[in-house]
Ligand binder design. Structure first.
Ligand code: C5P
Length: 303
């Protein structure tokens, strides 16, 4: 029987990668990363409810599976197992209301899974510590632990080892999501192929990385470099168009987020909405958000 009898409503934030440096491929097949994650106010809504019977998941967004392949279902399974329960997860239901686009590099699926861990931990009365949840999160995906931390954080290793960075000055963020998506494994595979073939990925840096943005201690001024951008832009030239469009609207800096396909532009908070109105194209979804502090992001998922 569930311990907590009320539904919990959690609002996991999206993330952008302010910088994403990709090192060599490791023996386990993952790449060694140095990345600076940043929470933004764009969010999904995850409702976790006690409900007797087999575990259930509902999501009405087309293209988002509401079955065992969804990371939320896997989060339920590994938490159930960590609690020492036998058989299949049960006595809870999760509903996803999506706003964060999928296959965008914004961590939508990962944030949903992190919120599910927090919500189910409460509904099932599991009382796992945040440190324990972080360990389970790392098994679900490289960036899932970040969503249990939020704000600005340096990610190393696969991206799962996190070091907090002081909150940055609040900035407006425009997200542009094109009609195509990119699977994370594909983006890393393209980078490997380009490196192996000796393609000159530095010849024409995408995103004008010489523009620096002031980030909190200990980072200071930071050039927004994403080592995946050139390889993704070679297969999807639209990435370059979106970055150029943000810069031509006066962005302080613009870059692809994670493995794409979404691009973000950083603006002063006052100018972001006006700039977004100029960025209309039939094949672009344009969203306006702002950067979020660690405290704001953590509160939204009940931490
Ligand atoms: O950890 P996650 O499941 O999100 O990773 C998805 C895929 O992205 C991996 O299977 C791998 O191909 C690639 N990846 C990588 N190096 C990382 C993170 C992800 O190669 N540090």
């Amino acid at each position: 029987m569930p311990v907590n009898s009320r539904s919990l409503i959690l609002r996991p934030s999206a993330k952008i990668n302010l910088t994403l440096r990709v090192g060599p491929k490791r023996d386990d097949g993952y790449h060694e990363l140095r990345t600076l994650f940043q929470s933004i106010t764009l969010h999904d809504t995850v409702t976790v409810s006690p409900r007797q019977g087999p575990f259930g998941l509902a999501c009405r967004t087309p293209g988002v599976p509401a079955d065992r392949t969804n990371l939320v279902w896997r989060a339920a399974d590994i938490l159930w197992e960590a609690m020492g329960r036998f058989g299949k997860a049960r006595d809870a239901h999760v509903r996803l209301d999506k706003t964060i686009p999928s296959q965008a590099g914004l961590g939508g699926g990962s944030g949903n899974a992190a919120a599910a861990l927090v919500g189910l931990n409460s509904v099932w009365g599991a009382r796992l510590s945040r440190r324990d949840l972080m360990r389970l999160a790392a098994r679900l995906g490289s960036d899932v632990p970040f969503f249990l931390q939020g704000g600005t954080a340096l990610g190393v290793g696969r991206g799962e080892e996190l070091y907090p960075v002081d909150d940055m000055e609040r900035l407006g963020v425009i997200i542009i999501k094109p009609s195509f998506g990119v699977a994370t494994a594909d983006a890393y595979g393209w980078l490997d192929a380009d490196r192996a073939s000796g393609a000159d990925l530095q010849a024409d840096p995408v995103g004008h990385p010489r523009r620096e943005v002031e980030v909190g201690w200990p980072c200071g001024p930071l050039a927004l470099i994403n080592d995946l951008t050139a390889s993704v832009a070679r297969r999807h030239p639209g990435v370059r168009d979106m970055i150029d469009a943000c810069l031509s609207q006066g962005a302080l800096a613009a870059q692809m987020s994670g493995s794409g396909s979404a691009v973000y532009g950083l603006f002063s908070e006052a100018s972001a909405s006006r700039a977004a109105r100029q960025l209309k194209r039939p094949d672009w979804l344009v969203l306006v958000a702002r950067t979020q502090t660690r405290r704001e992001a953590a509160r939204r998922i009940g931490l």
